[in-house]
Design a protein around this ligand. Sequence first.
Ligand code: SF4
Length: 159
Amino acid sequence: MSWYGDGLNFSCISGCTKCCERPGSVYVSEEEMVRIANHLKISIDEFKSKYTRQMDNSITLATTDKGCVFVETGKGCSIYPVRPKQCSTYPFWSQIVADRSRWIQHKEDFCPGIETGNKVDAFVIERAIKESDDIFGVSNNERKIGSQRTIANSQIAHI
Ligand code: SF4
C-alpha cells in the first residue's frame, strides 16, 4: 500500500490563487480547448488566438504578468467548471505525492490547501496521478522515482 493508502486531506482555499499566479505552463488538449471555447461562447479559432500559445509541439494557456490568463486575483479561476485536467488533478501529481515529506514541503512552498479539508480517497488520488502523468509524459519509471521535471515546467491551478 502506498504511503497515502488512507487518503490525503486537501481542499482548495477560497480566494487563494497562489498556484495560478505562478510562472509556468498549463497544457490544453484539443478537446479541452473546444470545451472552454464553448463555455466562453466564442469560436475555437478565436479561443486559440486570444488565450493560447504554442510551446514546442504543445499548446498551453496564455499567461500575463499575473500568471494564468484566466486567473482573477482574489477570486480564482474564471473558467473553473471547464478548467483543464492539469489544473483539476493538482496537487495530486506524482512528484508532489512521491512521499510524505514532498507533500508537506509542497504545502509549505506552494499550496496552503494541502492537509486541510476533507480526505480524498486513495483511488481518486491514483486516478489523478495517472491523468497528470499522461499530460506531462511521465513514464512509469520516472513516476517511481518522482519526476521533478514538471515542477519547474508547469503551472498549477485549483482542483
Ligand atoms: S490549489 Fe492550493 S495553491 Fe492553488 S488556489 Fe487552491 S489552495 Fe491555493
